[in-house]
Design a protein around this ligand. Sequence first.
Ligand code: TXA
Ligand code: MG
Length: 324
Amino acid sequence: MQGRIVPANAEWIAEAGQMIRSGALVAFATETVYGLGADATNGEAVARIFEAKGRPTFNPLIVHVLGLEQALVIGTFLPMARRLIEAFWPGPLTLVVPRTPTCDVSDLVSAGLPTIALRSPHHPVARALLSESQRPIAAPSANRSGHVSATSAEHVAEDIGNKAALILDAGPTTLGLESTVVRIVDETPVLLRPGAVTAEAIEEVVGGRISRQGEAGAQITSPGQLASHYAPRARLRLNAYDWRPDEAVLAFGAIAERPARAFINLSASGDLIEAAANLFAALRTLDSSGALSIAATPIPPSGLGEAINDRLRRAAAPRGSAFA
Ligand code: TXA
Ligand code: MG
């Protein structure tokens, strides 16, 4: 069953919808490129996406929704964002907006950021899968990290075939280029990634030139650097084997709980998927304990451990340092 390429007909899409609901990964066609999808509200399913892609860091993922109604539960849309949605949804435009306070999408999808990327695809298979699963679906391009995006079921199978429970084959994608990503958190929209919707088409709707990522005035730089923005207020001490009672503790594996300001074990059984799913929420909770220091016990360096350690090193880096 693993990595099985199946025709994207009604029966298989219904099956795939059930698989998404049960936490499995399903690769599916969109109008841009194939996506590797998981239930966005299931942290462990989302962690499996990072594992499947072999991503050494947690880049934030795009959440796919049927339309504005579903999107409003997850994100906050300024009038300018709504105008763009009216013009380009469903279609290859992704909007990065603030998460709503009640958003139930896993923190791992946003890589701990207060924002979330949303898009409503118009490909009928993507839409049918969203309907069947009744879940928002987090899906990056279905390629291994560092490879080009997959535009056919065969490419998906070559790259990450054994990681998806099912690959819904709907033939080659029509656009073959990823969606355009625009960030709208204030009055200055920023083009984070050029894509299938041209900047000119977006400028026509927003009524002026749109700032490009990295330009003066556009504060937001590359997503990789963005991911380093969320750092706890508390100092983070890595590879700690011991702690003071006034410290908060981020544990992993068979670590006995001893007096501490707050104590969270990312995975008592030593499961890196479970740990990745819990990471960002745990950092937030420990930070809000008021402790001045968080002691993190060692996490193995392999598999998803590489991404978890990367994230922890960023969070531990001295404030204001440019962490490449
Ligand atoms: O066409 C597409 O967009 C495809 C299909 C499957 O929908 N998906 C895709 O996903 O290309 P991915 O994960 O390969 O690219 C997502 C992009 C990355 O550049 C990521 O950094 C950015 O969106 N992104 C996601 N959430 C973000 C956030 N909160 N802030 C800034 N950038 C974000
Ligand atoms: Mg990609």
